[in-house]
Design a protein around this ligand. Structure first.
Ligand code: PNS
Length: 161
């Protein structure tokens, strides 16, 4: 059984993330979307909100699970018996950070490999931070995120503004 983790912050999940999830769910027997619980960052959405949004967005893929994790990614991967990590690469600007992270993970956990998928061209500019910024100014973000996320983000800024 080839099990992989697709880790990230997902604040919020975008069509770019979903594209990577869909494609990697066809490569692996099981894919776990792992949401990092990062207490040093102030996210727009709580972990449980992000978990719920991602679960709705991946409901049509029956080999994809959604979980959150604390601490080291490789510890989470081992606890889930996953030998692979999946990351998306959008542009060369992602490369340095991704390489450093992957090499660090390889040094501390040589049994775990990272697989990179290049983001589909139509989503190569997309990021969660850009979506948050656009939404905060009331721009239409429906081209960038699943419908349930568009609704949630609208509610969030309605409440906060
Ligand atoms: O979506 P992001 O924010 O680019 O994802 C980054 C993430 C969650 C993959 C990374 O920060 C991570 O793995 N954090 C867990 C802590 C860890 O394992 N650090 C060592 C690797 S550098």
């Amino acid at each position: 059984m080839k099990r992989a983790i697709y880790p990230g912050t997902f604040d919020p999940i975008t069509y770019g993330h979903l594209d990577i999830i869909e494609r990697s769910s066809r490569i692996f027997d099981e894919l776990i979307v792992g949401i990092l619980v990062n207490n040093s960052k102030q996210p727009l959405f709580s972990v449980s909100e992000r978990e719920e949004m991602i679960k709705e967005a991946v409901a049509h893929m029956n080999n994809v699970k959604v979980m959150s994790f604390h601490g080291l990614l490789v510890d989470f991967a081992r606890a889930q018996d996953a030998s692979f990590l999946v990351r998306g690469l959008r542009a060369v600007t992602d490369f340095e950070y991704e390489l450093q992270m992957t090499q660090t993970n390889k040094v501390i956990a040589s049994d775990i490999d990272t697989i990179f998928l290049t983001t589909s061209l139509k989503y190569s500019y997309l990021s969660s931070s850009m979506v948050r910024e656009l939404a905060s100014f009331g721009a239409d973000i429906s081209r960038f995120v699943p419908e349930n996320v568009t609704r949630k983000i609208k509610d969030k800024y309605k409440v906060e503004n």
